[in-house]
Design a binder for this molecule. Sequence first.
Ligand code: SF4
Length: 369
Amino acid sequence: MQVNWREIPAARNSFAVLRAACEATGWYLHPVPQPASDITCYSLNSISEPRYHDEIADADCITVVGGPHATACWREVSAYADYVVVGEGEYTLPRLLAELEVGKDEHIPGVATRDWYEPAKSSVRLDAYPPFSEVMGYVEISRGCPFSCGYCQTPQIFGHCMRHRSIDEIVRYANRYGQARFVTPNAFAYGSDGIHPRFDRIEHLLKKLSHQIFFGTFPSEVRPEFICEESLSLITGYCTNTKLHFGAQSGSDAILSRLHRGHTIAEAIRAAELCYDTGITPVVDFIVGFPFETDEDQRETASAIQEVARMGKIHVHRFIPLPGTPLAGTRARSLLSETEKICGELALGGKLTGSWNKPEIRFFRRRLK
Ligand code: SF4
């Protein structure tokens, strides 16, 4: 039985993770540019889904679809795909493949079909699966998030309890390459419950890594209230990166509160100042166009963008109501012409990148130099 993986640029790290997990149980995922027999697997986000919808529906092979969009919208996806892997795939996908090989079609928790679904019974333990094998990926050091930001799919997919890969396992994989880069919702939360930092554990990890370490920057980030003298000293003392990436998201405390962000704009500005004073460039995310954002809220965001841009770089996203999130089904509000002007001028000056007018860009790989 040949099992294929549909090549999708935005899903490269998922391929690395799932190929490694499948290899461990004897399955080799062949990358393919179109669906092919016997089975083709997909990982879709909500921007890529329309592009692959018809291809999957018309495929002349068994189709298995996972990823953030399939997890949030498994009912819709199971109407045109044969199987939908809901949530984490490391355990569920190999189990489904084993069933398909022997011609069984048993109900598997975590796999939705057109007429059956039951959630997976447990969460993946990160140490039980390698982060990658021969297809290089970033090392996922933590999964899950205790916060519930209204626009974010992460806790919906991975839950609110943070799980961590052990230091020994991280070191085993990260030291294979000249650069160590990590996947985590908040790098400064490594080893903790996600709310109360354990910088001692991070230092223990960083001490054991060789080569160049990039921590709290692409492809991961940190939360602003975790930025302090102690955490910044870990970056200056052990890491190669001279930038730190974090989300402020809005310049309005009313919006931050409504999003359940768990921090204020003053804390985000203070984090940027601390980075700047330490010689680290803050790279700060903002989202514009929340459905309940008033003109005054948006002006406060534009003002915060200008303030932070004096110290570092800005990445702006236009709000997208992602399925499965508390704000699913809402609509982005329009941008004020003054907001567009501020973003445009900062972009021309090399201080700002992003997708305030083209939200789909957010889903493609970004890297601020
Ligand atoms: S935006 Fe970050 S902090 Fe908020 S829920 Fe998502 S992963 Fe957690």
